[in-house]
Design a protein around this ligand. Structure first.
Ligand SMILES: Nc1ncnc2c1ncn2[C@@H]1O[C@H](COP(=O)(O)OP(=O)(O)OP(=O)(O)O)[C@@H](O)[C@H]1O
Ligand SMILES: [Mg+2]
Length: 299
């Protein structure tokens, strides 16, 4: 299922806030690194939690060009190679504060794409362009503009085994570009009642995206996160296992060590304190290697 030589790409997503997207993304990336995989971590969230958590706050505050320009200015896609920063466990394509403008910009790009692809909608192009910061009609070649991240990732000179994308906590163009670029989703979900609606909406959103742009999105699995021992946790786990009966559902328990590792700028694998959830994240990494056809590490 690797599909091509660009490596496996996975978007960690759930529009509900605080479900553990960033925690899961960093620790899955850390576990893949433990298995000897070469990983690029992409922070697509304008909040920049992962960027800051991985100790790269300077990159978040950096002057342009940033990931925002790579995504929205078709003449500067290749700046992505200068934006990638090294971390002990992985390479990182950091978020920047400018990404706060990305929804606006990608919305204009998408409107331009629609106008260009519909002969009945003449005019308006220039007006739309004038509202944009970077986006130009000349850079929009598809009937939609959700390929921004896909094109940027294709410009990266280095071949990674995995590209892990941490997505923002809302439905919108940024998340759609993340899913479009990866075609694979890993879904973190809290084991509490409010997660039900979040998961149902996510499934609807992915189905809508699939039919809008004609792609198939694969679910690599679900991470039930921050599990405790209440009856609500058990009920929700059961619900997740039913809804995702055909997919792996991993169980990550509530552990302060996960927060401490994050505050120390690493995954739990790069952190001094040992925590029993390492095994779960290694299971996720092993299963991803299986799904994406990477051979067993024999070191
Ligand atoms: N298994 C866990 N045990 C304990 N704390 C956790 C666990 N998973 C996540 N957390 C904590 O919960 C908070 C939210 O997690 P995280 O930032 O990963 O979620 P998120 O989905 O990325 O949030 P956002 O929607 O804002 O991007 C953080 O403080 C994180 O450290
Ligand atoms: Mg996050």
């Amino acid at each position: 299922m690797r599909g091509d030589d660009t490596g496996a790409r996975i978007c960690v997503t759930n529009a509900k806030g605080g479900t553990g997207k960033t925690t899961v993304a960093i620790n899955v990336a850390g576990a893949l690194n433990e298995r000897g995989r070469d990983v690029l971590f992409v922070d697509l969230d304008p909040q920049g939690n992962a960027t800051e958590g991985l100790g790269l706050v300077e990159a978040y505050d950096a002057a342009p060009p940033t990931l925002f320009d790579a995504l929205t200015d078709h003449t500067r896609r290749d700046v992505v190679n200068d934006l990638i920063v090294e971390h002990d466990e992985m390479d990182v394509l950091p978020a920047s504060i400018d990404l706060l403008q990305a929804e606006h910009e990608l919305t204009i790009a998408d409107l331009i794409a629609r106008i260009k692809s519909d002969p009945n909608l003449s005019g308006g192009l220039e007006a739309l362009e004038s509202l944009a910061i970077n986006v130009e009609s000349a850079g929009i070649t598809e009937g939609h503009a959700l390929d921004a991240l896909d094109v940027v990732l294709s410009e990266i000179d280095h071949d990674y085994d995995y590209i892990i994308v941490d997505s923002p906590p809302f439905y919108g163009k940024l998340t759609d570009t993340g899913i479009f670029a990866t075609r694979n989703v890993l879904v973190p979900a809290l084991t509490e009642a409010t997660s039900e609606r979040a998961i149902e909406l996510l499934i609807d959103q992915i189905a809508a995206l699939e039919s809008q742009v004609g792609i198939e999105v694969n679910t690599v699995g679900v991470v039930a996160n921050r599990i405790e021992n209440t009856s609500e946790d058990r009920t929700m786990l059961q619900w997740l296992e039913e809804v995702f009966a055909d997919f792996p559902v991993w169980e990550v328990r509530k552990r302060v060590a996960l927060q401490r590792a994050f505050s120390a700028g690493s995954s739990i694998f790069g952190y001094e304190e040992r925590v029993d959830m390492e095994e779960v994240f290694l299971d996720v990494a092993t299963e991803l290697d299986r799904q994406f056809g990477y051979a067993e590490v024999t070191a």
